[in-house]
Design a protein around this ligand. Structure first.
Ligand code: PRP
Length: 172
């Protein structure tokens, strides 16, 4: 497999700082924020993003979701493997995703939180692909891909490989 860098480590770091500054505009200093990592792909983005919110009362929680399909298409079936543990009622929630592709996973998450009586939830995603099957979008997006590229690194995998890379790469 040949990898070509799209966004290097420093570019990713700088963009996450900018994104955190945007998120801070939504966040009053005296309020609790539950940051929700959508495992597994979002882990790197999540860790770097929450570290930029040091001055806030941030609680960390995790869901594990799997969307069935192959590397190039999604079936639309999303399954919850691990549920949240925090009580999110009345709180602000930031859902942190690695990539929005067909949109099925985001749609699932929006429905998931619609009956949890949260104060407000927003979605931050690292990468946005132009391939929606359902019309959902993140509130904060770090990078928009202009075409359907197969990307790995910084949490994203190819058959579980490459998640630990510091940059984002296209598989050629
Ligand atoms: C990937 C990715 C997103 C989802 C996006 O998850 O992490 O959660 O697909 O695709 P969609 O917009 O088409 O729903 P995957 O099921 O591959 O699990 P992973 O995060 O463990 O890699």
């Amino acid at each position: 497999m040949e990898l070509q860098e799209i966004y290097g480590k420093e570019t990713v770091r700088a963009r996450i700082k900018e994104l955190a500054d945007e998120i801070k505009k939504w966040l009053p200093k005296n309020e609790t924020l539950v940051c929700l990592c959508v495992l597994r792909g979002a882990i790197m983005f999540f860790v770097d993003l929450v570290r930029e919110l040091e001055e806030y009362d941030v609680r960390l929680d995790f869901v594990s979701l799997v969307s069935y399909g192959d590397a190039t298409s999604s079936s639309g079936k999303v399954t919850l493997l691990q549920d949240i543990r925090e009580n999110v009622e009345g709180k602000r929630v930031l859902i942190v995703e690695d990539i929005v592709d067909s949109g099925y996973t985001l749609q699932y998450l929006k429905r998931f939180f619609s009956d949890k009586n949260v104060k407000e939830f927003k979605i931050a995603c690292l990468l946005d692909k132009p391939c929606r099957q359902v019309d959902v979008n993140a509130d904060y997006t770090a990078f928009k891909l202009d075409s359907d590229r197969y990307v790995v690194g910084y949490g994203l995998d190819a058959a579980q490989k490459y998640r630990n890379l510091n940059g984002i790469y296209e598989v050629k």
